[in-house]
Design a protein around this ligand. Structure first.
Ligand SMILES: [Zn+2]
Length: 427
């Protein structure tokens, strides 16, 4: 059967679109940046960048509004509902998954990679924290204002800039307000496990403006408990004492030799617990270890060495010991391990876009954001900054609001460069 004129013309349109994009598959040329300053010569792209600037006062107001919806990890529902409503109002296909991630799909119009943008909804601050925002010149002050309500507002502004100016991308864009990032990237991991193979690239919107992390810092949190029978001080001489085992163990751990090459490692004993009275051997004494490295082999070998030293200290004092795993965030590899990844178009494009906008743009083979969950699953992933700011995870958290403007423009350019802008007809 002959194709109708109508389908012929739409075929021609599609072909033309693919040609205009210069993309014939879902892959970007390896070793090349997908950004070109010529992108800004397009009037629609220019309009979208203008739109972000013209709307910026509203963006800051919305940033404040988002921050004032309390959202501790696991209790992100109200903030998530607000984000879902905004995405729906812009015409995205919105869903909320089992863990509370708010997912907005903006379909592409041709072949192109699927880009996932993730801004975590949750904060470390308990539900009764005063999250009212104080505006002080160019600074906003409130718990959570920097980490991460800034990114949530940037993401919504980016979605609106695309929608209001009718820009179409080749590949799909998926915007996720993620849940429970602060307690082990749980929302992001949940989404990646339920949507295997969907994301070609992952961009976590998190962190200050600065470097561009494309790796994953492995983080192991462990509690070590020493357990004994206890005894009154008067009968304590020569009896097994968990406190003595703990002290030997900590002293021994701090004699570990940490190589400076192979990605290095850092660790810290941050909490001590045990005992309740002066006049008895404690039945239990515990300490915590926070061990970090980008090198998975080094991370595991140091963890094993720490456990050996704990076991030796316990044996030496005739007490039992137990380990409790509080957190295990896998490591993404050293800069050498990630040498190929460093040349991926995602990283090269981000480097170019941020440099073009005069923002700091040094890629680093580390990271501690939702992007980690992508890195360790082999998905090219980076995190990008939301604004300048500081004191995150404290009550004196602050953010410099004017810097969210270039940060928002940067994510828009990143999306357009990597996904490809389509010359699609507007209704
Ligand atoms: Zn964060």
């Amino acid at each position: 059967m002959l194709p109708s004129l109508r389908s012929l013309s739409s075929l021609a349109l599609l072909l033309g679109m693919a040609l205009a994009l210069g993309l014939d598959a879902q892959t970007l040329p390896p070793g090349e940046s997908a950004f070109s300053p010529q992108l800004l010569e397009r009037s629609d792209v220019d309009r979208a960048l203008e739109w972000i600037e013209e709307n910026f006062e509203n963006q800051v107001a919305e940033w404040i509004l988002i921050n004032e919806i309390p959202a501790p990890s696991g209790l992100e529902e109200a903030r998530g509902r607000y984000v879902a409503e905004q995405m729906e109002a812009e015409g995205l296909e919105v869903s909320v998954d089992g863990i509370g991630n708010v997912v907005g799909l903006r379909q592409g119009v041709a072949d192109g990679p699927t880009l996932v943008f993730a801004a975590h909804l949750d904060t470390v601050h308990p539900i009764d924290t005063d999250v009212a925002v104080e505006r002080d010149g160019e600074v906003l002050r409130a718990p959570g204002i920097f980490d991460n309500s800034a990114s949530v507002a940037n993401m919504l502004a980016m979605i609106r800039a695309l929608e209001r100016t009718g820009l179409q991308t080749a590949g799909d864009l998926i915007f996720i307000g993620t849940a429970q990032e602060e307690v082990g990237l749980r929302g992001m991991i949940h989404w990646l496990e339920e949507n295997e193979g969907v994301a070609d690239m992952l961009i976590a919107m998190d962190g200050g403006l600065g470097r561009i992390p494309y790796g994953a810092l492995g983080i192991y949190w462990s509690w070590f408990h020493f357990l004994g029978e206890g005894s009154h001080t008067n009968t304590s001489a020569g009896r097994p004492n968990p406190a003595r085992a703990l002290s030997d163990a900590i002293a021994s751990i701090y004699e570990l030799e940490i190589p400076e090459d192979r990605g290095g490692a850092v660790y810290n004993v941050g909490m001590l617990r045990g005992g309740s009275v002066f006049n008895a051997i404690p039945e239990r004494a515990s300490f915590s270890v926070d061990l970090r490295s980008v090198n998975p082999v080094l991370l595991d070998s140091l963890q094993a060495e720490i456990q050996d030293r704990v076991a030796q200290a316990a044996d030496g004092h005739g007490v039992r010991w137990e380990m409790e795993e509080e957190n295990r965030m896998p490591a993404g590899g050293t800069a050498e391990d990630l040498a190929d990844r460093r040349q991926h178009p995602l990283i090269l494009t981000a480097e170019d876009v941020y440099g073009f906008l005069d923002l700091p743009n040094e890629p680093v083979a580390s990271g501690s954001t939702d992007a980690n969950a992508g890195v360790v699953r082999g998905i090219p992933s980076i995190s990008v900054g939301r604004s300048e700011g500081g004191d995150q995870h404290t009550l004196s958290e602050w953010a410099h609001w004017p810097s969210a403007l270039p940060a928002t423009r940067a994510v828009l350019l990143l999306a357009l460069s990597l996904s490809g802008v389509a010359d699609s007809p507007q209704p």
